[in-house]
Every structure is written in C-alpha cells, then in structure tokens.
Ligand binder design. Structure first.
Ligand code: SF4
Length: 414
C-alpha cells in the first residue's frame, strides 16, 4: 500500500505508509562505454503493460473481471482504462473501494470511469485515482468524484502537498459527490457546449477570425476546442523574446498535438535595440513608464501586426481574473482596433479551466505546477503563495493600479 492523499473537507490528509523507493540506477556511460556516444539510446517511457498497483490498505486488488466473477465482502476493485464499467451496474454494494488506474497523465478514460460510476451507476463509496496522477490534476479529479489519490513510490508526499497548496486557489477542499456532482457536471457540460457554439458561430460570421494565444491554460482550452471542431480560426502567439523556456515549449508541443499551425510574431529587432540603448535590457524595473515602453515594443506592436487585416480576435480573458475584468463581455467591439473581440471564457472560473484541462487532456504550461498562476515574460512573472492574488505574480514591484500592458483596452495586463 502506498501513501494516499485523502481529499477531506478540512483539507488534504496524507495516510498510509511510504513504499520503499528503488535506489537510483547507477550512472553508466552511453552505449555501455562502447561505440559512438552520438548513437546513445534514448529511453522511451511507455505506459505500464499491467496494473499500476496490486494492493490497497485492505489487501489485494481485484480486477473488474475477478470482481464480477465473485464479489468479495468489503473488497476493492482496480479498474483499467479499457474496462467497461457499465458491467458493474448493481454489483457495487459490497465494494470498500474502487481505484481507477491512470496509465498516462490526464487519461480521459479514467475521468469517464469516475463520471459513469458517480452519475450513471450511483456509486457513493470511496473512489481513488492512482498510476500517472499528478497533484495539479486533483481539482479536476475532485470534480468528477474522486476522493483520494495514491502517490507512486517515486512521489514525495511533501512535494505533492506543496503542489496541492500551489493549486489551492482552485482547490475547494471537499470533493463534490452525489447530486452536487451531478449539477457541477451538468454546468460544466453546458459551459463547454456554449464555448463550442460561440466559436462555431463566430467562425461562420467572420472572414478572418484569429485567436491570439498567450499559451495560458485558458488559451489552450480555446485552442483545443478550435482543433477538435476543426474550425477555420487562425491561431497566433507573441514571442516577446523574454518568455520562459516552459512557455515556449508549448508552441511546438501544441503544433504536434493538434496538427495545426501557430504563427509566431516577434518584436522588431531595431525597436528592441532602441529600447535597450535607452533603458537597458531590464529597464522595466526602473519605473512604470519604462515597463510600459518595454511592453509596447515586445507585446503591443507585435500584436498589432498579428491582428492586421483581421475582422475579429478571440482572447482567453475571464471575469474572475481581475477586478478590471469584472464586467467583461463575451462579445464586444474593440474600437481601438476597429474589429470584433470575443472572450468566450468570460464566465468561466479557474475550476472550469482545470476541469476542461483534465477532461480533454490539453497541453499545459508546466509552470502551473510550480506555483505560477498568471504567466507572462520570465523577468516579470513569479510564483505566488497559496491564497495570494494572482496579480502578485506579475510586475510585483509596481502598484496594483499600474498593472496593464496595453494588449486589452479594459486595462488589465494579466
Ligand atoms: S512583461 Fe516585462 S519583459 Fe515582457 S514586455 Fe512587458 S516589461 Fe517587457
């Protein structure tokens, strides 16, 4: 039995005994020291061929088939991704625990199992996620009814709890189950349908709509929906020249994942050189004017080029993100740029974004798992502590009321 994080109303609790960790493999030279090291073999990480665990705190797990052949009083079932859980209808009264094995991070089949168990089979007992499970998935898991997650032997409970803390903004403590889960699921499904409808309609209404993605989780949600629905909406992004490597890595990853193009717009070299000559490369720390000048060169001017000739642009802004976005409309006319502007996630809360990320297994910036909530340029963005305002992580040396970069006329730069 490994360590388990139970999602309880008063907060996450770690229970169980840590499994013994295997010693790290010895360092060996590439190709065993023979031959051309350029031909070294790169290990490929494959999903496990079999179950990720064999035991729970009460004994051995049974597979779904074994359970159906003779349910044990108080036994536990370990479901695999390919199992058809509908076969368990009416056969779950004696189950002490059902665990769902995730063979890869964000495996949608595991979420479907949880949804079917809670919503269709009316299972009210303990439901655990194990295998390729990370702490940043926890909220999405709680939304579909998981109430605990098992740590792998290589996962440190302190690190996992810290990651849970980093996600405390969306994490709400008590798992949602029963009728509340049903309502939450229905509300979430409605939000997804509205998003799909909004994107489909605007794609039909405009000749050259474009999503300007910052590669945030919100923009990845919209990218995923555009790709799933195969909508004729172009996608552009800005490489300011000061982004984190983790953010930049999402560009090729997204292209690969969806088979779509993302046009990258960069600042004019001459404009950057002029800024550096006048203020220094990091002159933005010296004052609001210098910071806005940097944003003007690296963000606002490239965005203007990215939107040239377009008749509509789409953003991932949400009302919840900042006070200045409290009245954000789903659809508005951007008078500054003389084109329509759509904010299809305006009504979404962060929990919806995480739920979508979990359900559709979208690529996410790995910085979210390290306490970053609002991610911009590397020198102007930092991780925040649980409970801090997301704006604390951006331009933290400035007063709150100066925090805008000029991309959005509603005055918010986050
Ligand atoms: S966020 Fe910082 S580095 Fe990026 S453009 Fe603005 S001031 Fe420059």
């Amino acid at each position: 039995m490994s360590l388990v994080i139970e999602l309880e109303a008063e907060g996450p609790q770690v229970r169980g005994l840590a499994a013994e960790r295997a010693p790290p493999p010895p360092n060996t030279p590439a190709n065993g020291g023979n031959g051309d090291v350029r031909k070294k073999i790169v290990p490929v990480i494959k999903p496990p061929a079999g179950p990720s665990a064999s035991e729970w705190e009460g004994g051995k797990y049974l597979s779904m088939q074994e359970w159906l052949e003779g349910a044990e009083q108080g036994g536990a079932i370990l479901l695999q991704p390919a199992d058809d859980v509908r076969a368990l209808r009416g056969r779950l009264d004696n189950a002490a625990l059902i665990s769902v094995d995730f063979h890869r991070i964000g495996d949608g089949r595991g979420y479907t199992h949880a949804f079917l168990l809670r919503q269709r089979l009316d299972y009210r007992g303990r439901l655990r996620a194990l295998g390729a499970v990370t702490a940043d998935q926890v909220h999405a898991m709680a939304r579909v009814g998981f109430d605990s997650l098992a740590l792998r032997a290589d996962q440190d409970p302190a690190t996992a709890l810290a990651a849970l803390g980093a996600f405390s903004t969306p994490y709400q403590g008590a798992p949602i189950a029963g009728a509340a889960a049903e309502r939450a699921e229905a509300a979430f499904a409605a939000r997804v349908r509205l998003l799909e409808r909004a994107l489909t309609e605007l794609a039909a209404r405009h000749a050259r709509p474009v999503l300007a993605t910052s590669l945030s989780a919100e923009d990845m949600v919209i990218t995923d929906a555009i790709a799933r629905l195969k909508l004729p909406i172009d996608i552009v992004t800005l490489d300011t020249g000061r982004l984190n490597a983790e953010t930049l890595a999402l560009i090729p990853e997204t292209r690969r994942r969806y088979g779509i193009d993302i046009a990258v717009f960069r600042p004019e070299e001459s404009a950057v050189a002029a800024y550096v000559a006048a203020h220094g490369r990091d002159g933005f720390y010296e004052g609001v004017a210098q910071r806005k000048a940097c944003c003007g060169v690296r963000k606002v001017a490239p965005l203007a080029r990215a939107l040239a000739g377009r008749d509509a642009w789409i953003t991932g802004q949400r009302r919840e993100q900042a006070v200045t976005r409290g009245a954000l409309a789903e659809s508005e006319f951007d008078a500054d740029r003389n084109m329509h502007k759509y904010n299809p996630l305006a009504a979404w809360v962060w929990a919806d974004v995480l739920a979508y990320a979990g359900r559709f297994d979208i690529p996410m910036n790995t910085l979210y798992g390290r306490g970053y909530v609002s991610i911009g340029c590397e020198p102007c963005t930092k991780a925040i502590k649980p409970g801090q305002d997301p704006r604390e992580g951006r331009w933290w040396w400035e007063n709150q009321d100066s925090k805008e970069c000029g991309l959005h006329s509603n005055g918010s730069g986050i």
